[in-house]
Design a protein around this ligand. Structure first.
Ligand code: NAG
Ligand code: NAG
Ligand code: NAG
Ligand code: NAG
Ligand code: NAG
Ligand code: NAG
Ligand code: NAG
Length: 497
């Protein structure tokens, strides 16, 4: 269109200049016609030329479109690669597998164990050591459901070292809600879990310098460093493990401010190791096999093991015993709708009945304990009645009521230990948790120590479980003696109905 009009206009101009002479003569008309024809031919020729040009342009446009399309496809297949930063040259081939591991715990003041009880590095000291290790120019990545280290002692003690570093290291925090935040932080990002899965962010882990990691039950809440009983692990000099956990962090990082989940994840978020292909490591010079798990399903890119499958893996691998320490145990998908959720409960029943594995369940008895907890735990226990080689025991860890009415010493642990492996996660074992909430876990398998007793991490976690189990803070579950954890709830649910 445009091309044609431009030529038509120039043709009339041309004709006008030809017409400039005296009034019309027939000969002149012929000449004009010839001229016109000539010119028409010229135009035609030029238009043909233009057509050629036009098709060249078309080619270029098509080529550009094809290029765009190719880039788009590449983008889709690698979804977020463009803004996914590089992994500091650390790859699964050259990463460090000779690691040092420590158990970290927060034991509230009121909770005491016998003198010989095992004790571990205090959590706050462990986290400090991680901050102190951070090297200039590198990163501290923290995922926590909340950040509530208020202006009390805890914050000042804890943040002293982070403040010292904050001008030189890249601090990256991910959180669901932040109540009080350190004055000096790097980037703080939020994940809107409500929009993504209608769930919550329960993940709690650290990745420092792509070298050291922390994972465990504690969050960045002052209670985790004071009144709650927490357990986690810190692994030093372990870039392989850090690399994989960093990928979980990166996945969250890319969901910041988004209100939808990409249908496809970048290749660079895929798991490096999983339940089918564990990462072989040395923990304090002892062989170990490790992998990272994640929840919910929609947050699991290619090859990432889901938390539920990690739990199944550990339960099915157990040969002699399964010890579980969690705050809440409730095989229901919904606290109110009461739909039975059999995944973990079923696995435990199978282990008890079909494989004669000894099961010990240590849950908390606190203000939010659901009254039906006891029904389910009791049901597991009665399964073993009159059955030879079937052993199921349940105990409750009771916190202390302070003078101001608050509870002190709630067992916030979230782990399971067997004769061969330990699973440390971010969830309580309640159906909804695994379906909608974001969390991460880690499975560590180790053969039983040969040289000395309690030498492996798995054995140390077991010793920690046994310390709690036999402590004076626990009560056995007995028939006709259902503990009252939350008087109000028990009343409305048992007598009110
Ligand atoms: C603690 O260990 C000592 C020996 O190391 C032993 O004599 C004592 O009975 C132990 N106490 C408890 C409560 O186990
Ligand atoms: C701040 O921390 C102290 C513990 O040191 C606690 O008693 C207090 O309730 C906390 N304040 C807020 C607003 O969370
Ligand atoms: C999170 O998403 C929900 C639902 O899409 C929305 O109502 C809410 O405002 C969002 N919250 C924030 C902090 O953006
Ligand atoms: C990490 O390994 C290096 C070299 O092997 C060593 O010097 C350093 O002390 C280790 N760091 C920790 C925290 O174990
Ligand atoms: C119980 O275990 C013992 C030894 O482990 C075995 O001899 C016995 O047959 C088992 N009993 C049943 C009923 O499985
Ligand atoms: C590993 O070694 C460190 C000291 O280097 C020690 O503190 C820690 O308890 C050891 N961990 C295990 C699981 O033995
Ligand atoms: C190993 O741990 C158990 C508790 O699980 C404890 O009874 C035992 O004394 C410990 N053994 C050594 C050698 O520390």
């Amino acid at each position: 269109g445009g091309l044609f009009f431009r030529h038509a206009a120039s043709a009339t101009q041309h004709m006008g200049s030809l017409r400039g002479g005296p009034p019309v003569v027939p000969a002149n008309t012929i000449y004009r016609t010839v001229q016109q024809q000539d010119y028409s031919a010229g135009i035609w020729l030029r238009r043909k030329e233009k057509k050629l040009e036009h098709s060249q342009q078309k080619c270029i446009v098509i080529f550009a479109l094809v290029c765009c399309f190719a880039v788009l496809v590449a983008l889709i297949f690698s979804a977020v690669d463009v803004w996914g930063e590089d992994e500091d040259g650390i790859t699964e081939e050259n990463c460090n597998k000779n690691c040092r591991v420590v158990l970290v715990e927060n034991i509230p003041e009121d909770v005491t164990f016998s003198e010989n009880g095992t004790s571990h590095l205090p959590l706050s000291a462990g986290l400090h050591s991680l901050l102190d290790l951070a090297v200039a120019g590198h990163s501290v990545e923290i995922v926590s459901p909340q950040w509530n280290l208020n202006s009390s002692d805890y914050e000042s003690r804890f943040l002293q070292s982070s403040r010292q570093h904050c001008t030189i290291i890249m601090l990256r925090f991910l959180s669901l809600s932040i109540l009080s935040f350190p004055t000096c932080v790097g980037e703080v990002h939020y994940i809107n879990m409500t929009a993504l899965t209608k769930g919550f962010l329960h993940s709690s882990f650290w990745v420092v310098d792509r070298q050291h990691i922390y994972i465990g039950s504690a969050t960045m809440d002052w209670r985790s460093l004071s009144t709650m009983k927490e357990l986690g692990i810190i692994v030093y000099n372990c870039s392989c493990l850090a690399l994989d956990l960093h990928r979980v962090f990166n996945l969250y990082w890319q969901l910041q401010y988004k209100d939808f989940i990409p249908s496809m994840w970048s290749k660079r978020l895929s798991a490096l190791w999983n339940k089918d292909e564990n990462l072989p490591l040395l923990f304090n010079n002892t062989k170990a096999e490790v992998f990272v798990s994640s929840s919910p399903d929609v947050f699991c890119p290619k090859d990432r093991t889901r938390d539920l499958d990690a739990i199944a893996y550990v339960i099915q691998k157990a040969k002699r015993f399964i010890y579980i320490s969690i705050t809440d145990y409730l095989p229901l998908t919904n606290r109110n709708a009461h739909r039975y959720w059999s995944r973990i409960d079923g696995m435990l029943r199978e282990a008890l009945i079909l494989r004669n594995i000894e099961v010990r369940l240590l849950v908390s008895c606190w203000e939010q304990t659901h009254p039906l907890t006891f029904n389910f735990v009791w049901s597991l226990k009665t399964l073993c009645m009159e059955l030879a080689n079937c052993s199921m025991e349940a105990k409750f860890f009771s916190p202390r009521k302070q003078r101001d009415g608050t509870l002190q010493g709630i067992n916030h642990n979230r782990f399971m230990v067997t004769d061969s492996a330990v699973y440390i996660g971010n969830f309580d074992w309640v159906g909804n948790e695994f379906t909608f909430n974001a969390g991460a876990g880690m499975v560590i398998s180790q053969a039983e120590g040969v040289k000395e007793k309690n030498s492996t991490l798995v054995e140390q976690v077991r010793a920690t479980f046994e310390r709690d189990w036999y402590s004076r803070h626990t009560k056995s579950l007995q028939a006709n003696k259902i503990p009252v954890c939350n008087k109000l709830k028990t009343k409305t649910n048992c007598r009110g109905q």
